[in-house]
Design a protein around this ligand. Structure first.
Ligand SMILES: Cc1cc2nc3c(=O)[nH]c(=O)nc-3n(C[C@H](O)[C@H](O)[C@H](O)COP(=O)(O)OP(=O)(O)OC[C@H]3O[C@@H](n4cnc5c(N)ncnc54)[C@H](O)[C@@H]3O)c2cc1C
Length: 591
């Protein structure tokens, strides 16, 4: 079975109760919208994902992409999918109505993105990067650039890319060497970018590149980087794509996964220099790019959720069909789903998937408050919380998706290792998620350094306090008591880890490197468990006859997570607080 059933019950639940859609809809920006309208949008998005996009997942993987002359060709099936995607307005869900967007909450766009990612992750990267570029252009570009480009990008008529990486500048963007030479009001961009997702293609009439480059004479390091908008086709006097700009894809990478996404080497300015327009202030390009990257990081975390969902659905289906061995109390041979060890694996997949979704939607909802609340204090608080949670969503959900998709293969036995079932594709596709948009090591450094040490643990401390109150409210309820105890224990460990970091970060040069990844995994494991526990407590309290089975399943899933996944928090805490010199004990020249 390679079909996709949109998990609307869980998504709607997360949106209603964890993302607190009622609070979001009370904002002026969303006046007149009701929860039922949004559920209707999600139902339609689910149908589009399952009926139109999901059937293209395997053909896209098999056909891949190729460079023919100067043109990048992607899998044939994608042209029709993309046409329908744009025509039906799916790119514009949360777009600003001033630029032809629908103006729905970003949390709703997040949910439509999850379903698109589950349906075909390689394709979903193009709409994702376009959305992210829109956020940077909206926040930082001149009015003239906004008027020229935003509507077409918001609707998806044109696509966008993100050009940071160069051969010598990967995680370390201070090494960016691409040059920008002033030419009147515009710039001539010269240099090569590598690994550019959907760097070029024929699916849209123009491709708008956001590019980091250094204006001649700018300071070295990150303080000398500016951001530019470089269109594939320059606009004519009517604002339509005209003359081809001096930018082209010169090679495509052969990759482990996401074969349907063209990952290009992009050459800017081989001839007269590619014409580019400054976005934001000179030398403040990294600041502008971070608007885009923070959105992208959250959405790459969401890809971890989405690919895990797809792998889980496939594993459930196979476990129900595959007959192998006997189980006590049953006549004849049984489907493998009756074996305890297979159930353990399915529950590990399901419980981590639901914990990831609970965490990701909780985090994403702060975006709407940050951008649309009329209360400045509420905007600031939402921004701080989102900023704390972004590396956890990116780092933990993607690392966990590799385990979940691997379990998906294990449940298939040998059939998981061969390509025929589709389980292997999810594992291959998931493998990029911990690398692009900042590797897990970079997320861990951001979480430990900028989000905890620079803030002296205040924001994480207050989140831990809020979640302890949640545990208090669950304590004493027969069904929820053990979950509350498990989560409380996890929160104690997370607090110990945070306090240890604050006390020891500078104890040895190796401390941050040795501790921060373990701290990030500790935070994800505990916060995911806490939000799953919260979901269970709400599901139980609101259980009506219609939602009784949902509530019972949520409770059982949370209880399993507390028993089988949360104990990993001990291990992460022990590893992060161990002697950092153990990590560096063997000299570099001995490896
Ligand atoms: C399929 C694919 C699509 C991509 N799409 C895009 C795109 O659209 N646009 C774009 O600009 N880029 C894109 N990238 C590039 C991607 O963002 C980089 O590969 C990534 O940021 C890592 O950089 P790197 O590959 O140079 O690895 P390196 O930076 O060389 O890292 C290698 C290892 O060293 C570790 N490391 C490096 N520095 C540190 C440090 N300071 N502290 C701790 N650990 C460190 C890393 O965590 C990693 O484990 C894409 C890459 C791939 C493979």
């Amino acid at each position: 079975m390679t079909t996709y059933n949109p998990p609307l019950a869980d998504i709607n639940f997360c949106i209603r109760h964890l993302a607190k859609m009622e609070d979001i809809l009370s904002l002026d920006a969303f006046e007149g919208m009701g929860p039922e309208d949004l559920e209707q949008v999600l139902e339609e998005a689910g149908k589009f994902a399952s009926d139109v996009v999901a059937p293209t997942n395997i053909p896209t993987d098999q056909q891949g992409c190729r460079l023919e002359g100067d043109e990048v060709q992607v899998a044939d099936v994608l042209a029709d999918v993309h046409r329908q995607f744009v025509e039906n307005g799916w790119q514009a869900v949360a777009g600003d109505p001033e630029y032809d967007g629908m103006g729905l909450p970003a949390t709703i766009a997040f949910a439509t993105a999850e379903m698109l990612q589950s349906a075909n992750m390689a394709y979903s990267l193009m709409p994702m990067l376009t959305r992210d570029a829109v956020s940077a252009i909206e926040a930082h570009a001149s009015d003239e650039l906004k008027q020229q480009y935003l509507s077409r990008l918001t609707t998806g008529e044109w696509a966008a890319t993100m050009n940071l990486t160069e051969p010598q500048a990967g995680s370390d963007l201070s090494a960016v060497a691409c040059r920008a030479e002033r030419d009147g009001d515009q710039f001539r961009i010269r240099g090569a970018k590598t690994f550019i997702t959907w760097g070029d293609h024929e699916l849209s009439a123009n491709v708008i590149h956001t590019v980091l480059a250094r204006i001649d004479g700018a300071p070295d390091g990150v303080r000398g980087i500016s951001m530019f908008l470089v269109p594939k086709f320059l606009l004519d006097e009517n604002g339509e794509p005209g003359e081809k700009n001096d930018v082209r894809a010169t090679a495509l990478e052969h990759k482990l996964g996401i074969h349907g996404s063209p990952t290009a080497v992009m050459n800017f300015g081989d001839n007269d220099g590619a014409i580019g327009y400054l976005i934001g202030e000179e030398n403040k390009g990294l600041f502008a790019m971070f608007t885009m990257m923070n959105h992208a990081r959250l959405e790459v975390g969401l890809q971890g959720v989405a690919i895990s969902e797809r792998a889980y659905q496939l594993a459930c289906s196979y476990a129900n069909d595959r007959i192998q061995g006997r189980v006590p109390g049953q006549d004849g041979k049984a489907p493998i789903i009756h074996h305890g060890d297979v159930r353990r694996m399915l529950m590990l997949m399901r419980s981590q998937l639901e914990a990831m979704r609970a965490l990701a939607y909780t985090a994403a909802s702060h975006d709407d408050i940050e951008h649309h609340s009329t209360d400045a204090a509420a905007r600031a608080a939402a921004g701080t919380r989102l900023s704390l949670l972004t590396p956890v969503v990116k780092g933990w959900c993607t690392e966990t998706s590799e385990q979940v998709t691997s379990l998906g293969i294990q449940i298939h036995g040998g059939m998981g290792f061969v390509e025929e079932t589709g389980a292997a594709q999810y594992y291959r596709d998931a493998r990029i998620l911990t690398i692009y948009e900042g590797t897990s090591g970079i997320q861990a450094g951001d979480f430990a350094g900028r989000k905890i040490l620079a803030d002296e643990g205040r924001e994480l401390g207050s989140l831990i306090g809020e979640l302890r109150e949640l545990c208090d409210s669950m304590q004493g309820d027969e069904q929820l008591d053990s979950i509350a105890q498990g989560v409380r224990g996890g929160l104690d460990q997370l607090e110990s880890g945070m306090n240890w970091l604050i006390a020891n970060a500078t104890a040895s040069p190796a401390t941050m490197g040795s501790a921060s990844f373990n701290l990030l995994m500790l935070a994800g494991t505990v916060l995911g468990g806490a939000y799953l526990g919260k979901a269970a407590s709400i599901a139980v309290s609101e259980a009506s006859s219609a939602s009784e089975s949902f509530g019972k399943a949520k409770l059982a899933t949370a209880a399993f997570y507390c028993a089988h996944v949360l104990p990993r928090a001990h291990g992460y805490l022990a590893a992060m607080t161990s002697d950092a010199d153990l990590t560096m004990a063997i000299p570099a020249d001995s490896f």
